[in-house]
Each structure stands twice: as C-alpha cells, then as structure tokens.
Design a protein around this ligand. Structure first.
Ligand code: PLP
Length: 368
C-alpha cells in the first residue's frame, strides 16, 4: 500500500534534529509564545519574502484572523472560490462575513479573474459591503495574481491569499503571498511544511497588520500590560510545533524540488494517456502540494488504483457552494462543478521512493 500522504516519513527523514528540538523545548519549560515561535516567525517570513509572520493555531484561524486584521466586519461579503477546502469558506464565516463564490479557470483550477470582476461589479451595484477577496493557490499552483490584484485595486478591496497549499510556489520568481495585504498558511501535517498536529501562520508586510494579528491571536492583548481593546481569540502556535517546523523549514527547498521532479516524471509517463495533466501558467512555479489528474472516467480509475494499493484522493468531491451549509447561495459554477467530477490526486511527497513512483505510474497506465 502506498499512502496518499505520509507525515511519518517526514519525521523519520529528519529524526535526530527533530528529537533534539523537542527535547530542547521540554527542558526549557516555555511551551507557548517563547523563543522557538519567535525564531520560527522570523525564519518563515524570510523564507517567503514577507516582512512579518505571525504564528497561529491552524490555517483556518490564519485566514479568519487575517480578514479581521484587515478590517473585515460582520456582514461584509468576502469573494472566494468554491473549488477549495471547506476551510476557506469556514474561515470567512468565522470572521462573521458572507462567502460569495466565483468560478475557476479550468486549466489552473484557480480563481477566474473575469468571474471575480463580474461578481464585484454586481455586489457594488447592490451596494453590498465588500470586505475582501480570498484567492486560493490550489494544489500549489499560484492564482493569477497580476489580474486579481489589479481588479482588487480597482475596487479598493484588500486581498488575503490562501497559501495553505502553496508554500514554495512563486510567480515570476516572487513567492506567493506578496500581492495581497496578507497571506494565510497551514501547517497541517500533510501540507508542504507539516507540523505534528495543527499549526498556521499569517504573513504581511504591514507592521500595523502584524501588530493587530499578534493582539487578535491572544485575547486581544495589545501590549505587556495585557489590555484588550477588542475581542481576540486564543490561537497560538505552540513551541513544540514551532521547534519542529524550524527543522523542517531547512528542508523545504529540497522537498519542493523533489515534489516538482516527481511531477515531471508523472507528466512524462502519462503524456500519451487520455488524461488532463496539471498545467502551469506562464511564469508560475508550481509547488505540487498535490498532483491532480483530470479524468473522464474518474470513478473507474479510482477503483482500479485503490485495488492496486495506491492511496488516491479527491480534492474536492463536493464544491463548497453545494455543501448544505452554503447551498442556494451561489449560481451554478460550471467549471467548478465539472472539476469536482473529474479530479483525482495521486500520491506525491518527497519521501516517495523511485520504486513507489514507478508502481504508481504502472498502476495508472494499466488503468487504460
Ligand atoms: C489545509 C487548508 C486550509 C486550512 O488549514 P487548517 O490548518 O487545516 O485549518 C485552508 N485552505 C486550504 C486551501 C487548505 O488546503
């Protein structure tokens, strides 16, 4: 059996350093917002080229707190995509805002700028308050930030980039997360940088936004005097996770390169098959958090691969706007609904061996 993802392998790959780091935290006796978190925030900000990083409890909180820090208020509309993790929309609701869903580009599976412009113009005509735009760099492929950033500027609406799947992804050599006023990351165990539990971070280049995030993540406390000017939450990245993430961050570049090499091997092996392979837009550097095929006969292929012991998955089988909680809130989104019926994710992670990669390839080829 080859699992879809394998967080244990990422521990074993750096075991000695990780064990030493955990020991250091335990012996130090500071378990929250201590030296590991401070150091990790600094190292992470540098890795993605942001001014500031603020560690939080998970990626959903990162999105929600980023929206709040940028001034999104209850009742605001926040425009995002439906072809994403439900977490994206859940975070918007946690901020008290209403998610408004737009369709995707069928080639990159990310927010279609034309659809965004249409929805913003219609919200404006209705005088609906627009709080923010949340593009998602799905699967590790960057959304079209040149176009989305220009549209956002035209409407004067801030952008929060959902980078949960996009650590290591860049556009024209610049890491994602720099066009928006803030970006949200998840360190869920199977993400490109995975903790041993939950973790997340918000990056920004605005010191005021960073300050506001630091207050919001801890009861609204503004300073050493522990005075709250607004209601915050408890959403801290803990020291144990920060210490683990610091070790894993040193392997990030190598690991993303390995993901890309595996994707290139898959691409070549599948070139003659009747499947839609992942495409990369011009200037886009795909981080391959997921390797997703588009298939006409998805269910047959899925059953075939499962029978061969290949851990496949579907990201995502039900578009967010069709989940009961959001149903009836969006018009039909044809590209999103079509993608949901066709996508299939193959295992892709740095620790896959050559033997495993070729077993996966043979299994896929034999399905046709
Ligand atoms: C994983 C993920 C999130 C949520 O992150 P958590 O850490 O699980 O809260 C949000 N958006 C996307 C696109 C994700 O893949």
């Amino acid at each position: 059996m080859i699992p879809q993802a394998n967080p244990l392998a990422s521990y074993l790959a750096q075991k000695a350093e990780i064990d030493a780091s955990i020991q250091r935290v335990l012996s130090g006796g500071i378990y929250l917002l201590g030296p590991e978190t401070i150091a990790f925030e600094d190292e992470f900000a540098r890795a993605v080229g942001a001014g500031y990083a603020v560690g939080v409890a998970n990626g959903t909180d990162a999105l929600c707190l980023a929206l709040r820090a940028l001034g999104v208020r209850p009742g605001d509309h926040v425009v995002t995509v439906s072809h994403t993790a439900v977490a994206t929309a859940a975070a918007i609701c946690m901020a008290g805002a209403k998610p408004v869903f737009v369709d995707i580009d069928p080639h990159t599976y990310t927010m279609a700028p034309g659809a965004l412009a249409g929805v913003l113009s219609s919200l404006q005509r209705q005088s609906a308050p627009i709080g923010a735009i949340v593009p998602v760099h799905l699967y590790g492929h960057p959304a079209d930030m040149d176009a989305i950033g220009a549209i956002a500027d035209r409407y004067g609406v801030p952008v929060v980039e959902d980078c949960a799947q996009a650590l290591g992804s860049s556009i024209d050599g610049t890491h994602v997360g720099r066009v928006g006023a803030a970006a949200a990351y998840s360190f869920y165990p199977t993400k490109n940088l995975g903790a041993f539990g939950d973790g997340g971070a918000v990056t920004t280049s605005d010191s005021e936004v960073a300050k506001r995030l630091r207050a919001l993540r801890q009861y609204g406390w503004r300073d050493e005097a522990r005075i709250s000017a607004e209601a915050g939450v408890n959403s801290r990245l803990d020291e144990m996770q920060a210490a683990v993430l610091r070790v894993k961050l040193t392997a990030l570049e190598t690991n993303v390169a390995r993901r890309r090499a595996i994707a290139a091997t898959y691409d070549e092996a599948f070139s003659a098959l009747p499947v839609v392979r992942p495409s990369s837009a011009a200037g886009a550097h795909h981080a391959f958090h997921l390797y997703v095929l588009g298939l006409e006969q998805r269910e047959e292929t899925r059953r075939h691969l499962e029978a061969q012991g290949i851990g496949v998955a579907i990201h995502y089988a039900t578009p967010v706007h069709l989940h009961p909680v959001f149903a009836g809130r969006a018009p039909p989104l044809p590209h999103t609904e079509r993608a949901a019926q066709r996508v299939l994710s193959l295992p892709i992670y740095p620790e896959l061996s050559e033997d495993q990669i070729w077993s996966i390839i043979r299994a896929v080829v034999s399905a046709f």
